[in-house]
Ligand binder design. Structure first.
Ligand code: 5RP
Length: 217
């Protein structure tokens, strides 16, 4: 099964968790795009959606799905999004698409976070994928130096500004033995808006596309 077929298979599997009258959180990226395409088939079931990026908001609007402000809806029953890496503990690296801050907000506001991914994303230990950190511009060099102290090699994402008007540092070379502790430590660095580690609030369910079908973790 190709990577694209696996992405569509997990997107279709996630649709089964949508209930009539739900307002759900919708993520960002190519796997989330597959989910948005699947949502089109059942959009009548939804009362609306909260988007994790401007790109997702515009796709949802094009489908005629009302895009709501999180402040107006409170907690969400369900959030569906992809990941750059995932472990069987359901810890994730996210932010390859730069939407990590809004993704973490929507995940935190959701009762159930379903992460959908093709099998290339499943790893034994997080770290081969460069860890994205959204930073306030004036703190970028200081945060980069702190990450060197953590054993990483930071690189400013060239020409990229997030939906929130901030920058992204991508940190290569981290071997993430304790994702919960590392997320806590990076959260403490002044100037860090969000780190793309999702371990303090992991996914509730991972749907992984494999050659033999969808594996639920
Ligand atoms: C965006 C994300 C995405 O979920 C992540 O980058 C995975 O994207 P894709 O489904 O295209 O592989 O975190 O900020």
């Amino acid at each position: 099964m190709s990577q694209d077929t696996q992405k569509q298979a997990v997107a279709d599997a996630a649709i089964e968790y949508v209930q009539v009258g739900d307002v759900i959180g919708v993520g960002t990226g190519s796997t989330a795009d597959c989910f948005i395409r699947s949502l089109a088939r059942i959009k009548g079931k939804l009362d609306g959606a909260v988007a994790s990026s401007e790109a997702t908001a515009s796709q949802l609007r094009q489908l005629g799905i009302p895009v709501l402000d999180l402040n107006q809806v409170g907690s969400l029953p369900l959030y569906v999004d992809g990941a750059d890496e995932a472990t069987r503990n359901r810890h994730l690296i996210k932010g390859g698409g730069g939407a990590l801050t809004r993704e973490k907000i929507v995940a935190q506001a959701s009762e159930k976070f379903i992460c959908i991914a093709d099998q290339s994303k499943l790893v034994d230990r997080l770290g081969p994928f460069p860890l994205p950190i959204e930073v306030i511009s004036m703190a970028r060099s200081m945060v980069a130096r702190e990450m060197v102290r953590h054993g990483g090699q930071p690189e400013l994402r060239d020409g990229f500004t997030t939906d929130n008007g901030h920058l992204i540092l991508d940190i290569r070379g981290l071997d993430i033995l304790n994702p919960v502790e590392l997320e806590r430590q990076i959260n403490q660095i002044p100037g860090v808006v969000t780190v793309g580690l999702f371990a303090l609030r992991p996914a509730n369910l991972l749907l992984i596309g494999t050659d033999s079908g969808v594996e639920t973790i």
